[in-house]
Design a protein around this ligand. Structure first.
Ligand code: ADP
Ligand code: MG
Length: 327
């Protein structure tokens, strides 16, 4: 029997939402009432996943639920914010209970691991699309923004690059690969883990930060434009997972690591005087942190090999609404 909008909300979302003490009124009223801790600033971010644009219709519902929240928490991580609340706008073609169950499982497993409460949303019928808004806190002046990079700052990334893009490439080309490597890469594509604790631990050292959703070149380009600087990237230093090294060929490997999207790692710029403290702080985190370049005065973004030769990459970062004529 088809569920109504209210049955969907009650069964899959209202019943599952745990209660933080700062949620005064949660799901079930015309609006949520939330208590922002005294002396903190509120950071808000929103991202939409559209079926067949951001995930294939065949993607496991659990992965869609996970990823819809993960990409948002990744934005909070990039701001150095501590996550607190989420709202969810869900547009569904039909009330498919198996899909809803999987979606809610993925969403709440991640929400609970970050102590995030779902406090409201909207449920409508239409082509499958998921919008999540997240809310978090930073101390005043504590947020990492895109505009703070200065010439001479080191450029650092968390984790490894290109895994999600390689997974997508393997899926699209129907290429095989080792079973373990493939499973690892697919987990990086479907269930990225937002680097929230890294953002919190390193925010005091960074001059600027961004999370890598659209590819390193494109996203670092945003930091450069906002900051009025350029950058040199050391392409032979880009961190790669073992699975990536095993399955990507050399030239494709550079391209995937530089312009492949969906990594949800953090890219930070750090002034020289903070770099030893940064490394020390990073040592106590369960996360690789790699220096991959330097911020330059001149506004270009260059990709350099260790021997000083320049690497040129076909195709830029992923963009919606890009016209063919843009090249
Ligand atoms: P209204 O018509 O007043 O906008 P709704 O009927 O859309 O209210 O929603 C009823 C309650 O359920 C509200 O508190 C709303 O925030 C919540 N809600 C609706 N859809 C979702 C969802 N997908 N996830 C979480 N909460 C939801
Ligand atoms: Mg409504």
């Amino acid at each position: 029997m088809a569920l109504s909008e209210f049955e969907i909300i009650d069964r899959y979302f209202r019943s599952r939402a745990p209660r933080r003490r700062d949620v005064i009124v949660g799901i079930g009223d015309d609006g949520a009432v939330l208590s922002v801790p005294e002396g903190q600033h509120l950071v808000v971010s929103m991202d939409t996943l559209v079926c067949d644009v951001h995930f294939p219709a065949s993607a496991p519902a659990r992965a869609v639920g996970h990823k819809a929240l993960a990409v948002n928490l990744s934005d909070l991580a990039a701001m150095g914010a501590e996550p607190a609340w989420a709202t969810l706008a869900l547009t569904l073609p039909e009330a498919d209970e198996a899909w809803l169950r999987g979606f809610a499982e993925g969403f709440f497993a991640l929400a609970e691991s970050f102590e995030v409460d779902l406090v409201g949303g909207d449920t409508t019928r239409g082509p499958l699309s998921v919008t999540v808004q997240v809310h978090g806190f930073v101390p005043p002046g504590g947020a990492m923004c895109r505009r703070g990079a200065r010439p001479g700052d080191g450029i650092f990334v968390t984790g490894t690059l290109g895994d999600a893009a390689l997974a997508l490439w393997l899926l699209q080309k129907r290429r095989r690969g080792g079973v373990r490597e493939r499973a690892y890469l697919l987990s990086r594509l479907h269930t990225p883990l937002p680097r929230v604790s890294v953002g919190l631990a390193l925010r005091e050292y960074a001059s600027a930060a961004i999370d890598l959703s659209d590819g390193l070149i494109g996203d670092l380009g945003h930091v450069c434009r906002s900051s009025g600087v350029g950058a040199s990237l050391w392409v032979d230093k880009l961190p790669r997972s073992d699975a990536f090294a095993a399955l990507a060929d050399e030239e494709e490997g550079y391209r995937l690591a530089l312009v492949g999207g969906d990594d949800y790692e953090l890219c930070l710029t750090v002034p020289p005087e903070h770099q030893s403290a940064l490394k020390q702080a990073a040592g106590s985190l369960d996360c690789r942190l790699t220096r991959i370049g330097i911020v330059e005065r001149e506004s270009a973004l260059r990709c350099l090999h260790d021997d000083g030769t320049e690497l040129r990459i076909r195709g830029g970062a992923w963009q919606h609404f890009r016209r063919e004529s843009d090249g």
